[in-house]
Design a protein around this ligand. Structure first.
Ligand SMILES: *Cc1c(COP(=O)(O)O)cnc(C)c1O
Length: 300
């Protein structure tokens, strides 16, 4: 259904990493799918929408922040599927009207702000607002249906088995769970966590995959959060500007900028074996850069 409206012809771009170790980084540009349903969000949403339609639910309801990639992607996906949508936006500023929320509203999403300081549980909000035509999607699309869609990301790569490493940014872990279940056991899957010290992540990934044993080809790296979720410093911004100037690769400061920084840093520090072939998944999210001060980035 969404397939007919979304362009999945995404290029694979190969970077010369200028190293002596003969390591290449190929970037799967999922950011090019669509500026709003960008990157991994398309894959995480597609089976939720078809499930909603199957169950005769015509109103998609979900949670997110005021600059959330998931919110804007859900707004457009629901719009394209002719479904209603509502976003519960958790914010300390209960009057916030970010560009992301304005666009979501323009796409027909009803926005309900919830006061973050009240620390209301999701379950409580769901209980109070549940209506019979509502189809609830977890924040960030965390679910087995999200994993099912994320498995299809690697179908876009022709010579998949030639890659020794697959690197991606991680939020809820849904995308990396999909990558892991599609990849072969000889491929190292490295997830770069966008949060600081999110040590329940591994468990959450196993629970999505219905496994209790650690797949030994998965590593979650917690060292590249740059101060925490949606935090940044000048080193990160400089790196993102460098990637734009050098390779014309735009990245976002919450996920892909940090993950690509990590990929280069791991190579530079000799933590990736020589002659490796890295597949980097550009998970999109560029719209979130709108929350940065103007002129910080040399691209938009
Ligand atoms: C949402 C998002 C992620 C995180 O994906 P998960 O499946 O939640 O781990 C990574 N990158 C970008 C650009 C995102 O928008």
């Amino acid at each position: 259904m969404l397939e007919h409206k979304i362009n999945l012809q995404v290029p694979l771009e190969i970077l010369n990493t200028d190293n002596q170790q003969n390591i290449s980084i190929s970037i799967l540009r999922l950011d090019k799918i669509n500026p709003l349903i960008s990157g991994n969000k398309y894959f995480k949403l597609k089976y939720h929408l078809s499930d909603a339609i199957k169950k005769n639910k015509n109103h998609i309801v979900t949670f997110g922040g005021a600059f959330s990639n998931h919110i804007i992607a859900t707004a457009l996906a629901a719009n394209l599927a002719n479904l209603k949508s509502t976003g519960f936006i958790s914010s300390y500023d209960t009057t916030i009207n970010s560009p992301t929320l304005q666009k979501a509203k323009a796409l027909g999403m009803q926005i309900t702000l919830i006061d973050k300081s009240l620390k209301q549980s999701r379950a409580n909000i769901m209980q109070r607002h549940d209506e019979s035509d509502f189809y609830w999607i977890n924040e960030g699309g965390y679910s087995e249906l999200g994993v099912l869609g994320s498995k299809e990301i690697l179908d876009l790569v022709n010579d998949l088995s030639s890659y020794t490493h697959i690197i991606s940014a991680v939020g809820t872990g849904t995308t990396i769970a999909g990558l892991l279940s599609k990849a072969s056991s000889h491929q190292h899957i490295i997830g770069i966590s966008s949060m600081k010290g999110n040590h329940t992540l591994q468990q959450e990934i196993f629970s999505l995959l219905n496994t209790s044993t650690t797949p030994n080809n998965l590593t979650i790296n917690h060292n590249y959060h740059f101060g925490g979720y949606a935090q940044y410093n000048s080193e990160l911004i400089q790196f993102m500007n460098h990637c734009w100037k050098q390779y014309q690769i735009p990245t976002d400061f919450v996920y892909t900028g940090k993950a690509l920084f990590a990929a280069f840093d791991l190579v530079e520090k000799g933590l990736i074996t020589p002659n490796s072939k890295i597949l980097f998944i550009h998970t999109g999210g560029l719209q979130g850069n709108i929350s940065l001060p103007k002129n910080l980035l040399h691209f938009v």
